[in-house]
Design a binder for this molecule. Structure first.
Ligand code: AMP
Ligand code: ZN
Length: 113
């Protein structure tokens, strides 16, 4: 996707603070952290949101959930963390490239709405 911010981060034309990378997945620090540790994990291939996950591309989502515990361990989130994916306007999705927020480093508030 030529006009997608996170595709540009994957390409390297927009800089990011990478914490993990392999052939399918990139993880980098959120530019506006909502917790002491706030990392975004994305597929390198463009998927617009959770609604774009299909039988053909869901392998990368499984892979992301294998990578997340490795990142959490590297970030020393042994006391716990939250994984969030905002899908669509009501959830406040602002970047339309599938991403999973890893939030941790403090006791997180429980309210979801
Ligand atoms: P969402 O609101 O769930 O779509 O999340 C998008 C996230 O991307 C927000 O938490 C932003 O702070 C973050 N973000 C936007 N631009 C950048 C950037 N250039 N580098 C890192 N994170 C970014
Ligand atoms: Zn994209």
């Amino acid at each position: 996707m030529s006009n997608c911010l996170f595709c540009k981060i994957v390409e390297g034309s927009i800089p990011s603070t990478k914490v993990y990378e392999d052939d399918m997945v990139l993880a980098f620090r959120d530019i506006a952290p909502q917790a002491p540790t706030h990392i975004l994990v994305i597929p390198k291939a463009h998927i617009p949101s959770v609604n774009g996950v299909t039988a053909e591309n869901s392998g990368v989502v499984a892979h992301i959930f294998e990578v997340i515990p490795q990142i959490a361990a590297a970030e020393k989130l042994a006391n716990g963390y939250r994984v969030v994916s905002n899908c669509g306007d009501d959830a406040g999705q602002t970047v339309h490239h599938l991403h999973f927020h890893i939030l941790g480093g403090k006791k997180l508030a429980l309210e979801m709405a």
